[in-house]
Design a protein around this ligand. Structure first.
Ligand code: HEC
Length: 111
């Protein structure tokens, strides 16, 4: 019988702990605001800007209960669509909240 010793366990888990620490923020000020002057949003209508802002607020309100908030740049569009869908039920999102949160995260995602 082979039992993994404590040193082997620590060596295995340490890189995981470091990796999951990256891009993980408990503090909402690290979560990008929507700046309408940014070239990225310059062409958007005021109601689209408002929806993105609402999406940010929903993201902070609905997604910070169990784990820290991930920066939008943590993943690309596919990553966010997949994860918001996976978390929608746990967060009891309405359809509108889910659309806004996905819209916000995708708009500021890492590409
Ligand atoms: C009820 C608790 C809970 C809520 C609320 C919640 N999450 Fe999660 N989340 C988890 C757990 C637990 C995991 C670990 C993976 C799993 O169990 O699927 C996770 C994992 C994740 C991951 C994977 C990170 C990675 O790359 O490994 C992302 C991204 C994420 N959540 C985003 C969100 C978003 C966005 C919301 C809001 C819509 C949200 N979470 C709300 C519990 C929650």
């Amino acid at each position: 019988m082979s039992r993994p010793g404590p040193r082997r366990g620590a060596a295995f888990f340490a890189p995981l702990a470091v990796a999951s620490g990256l891009g993980f923020f408990g503090c909402e000020s690290a979560i990008s605001r929507i700046d309408p002057a940014s070239p990225r949003f310059a062409k958007l209508a005021p109601e689209e800007i408002a929806a993105l802002r609402r999406g940010r607020a929903d993201y902070i309100a609905k997604c910070s209960g169990c784990h820290g908030l991930y920066r939008p740049s943590h993943g690309g569009p596919d990553y966010w669509e997949k994860w918001v869908e996976a978390m929608a039920q746990r967060s009891r999102l309405t359809w509108f909240e889910r659309e806004r949160i996905t819209g916000y995260l995708v708009a500021l995602s890492g590409h």
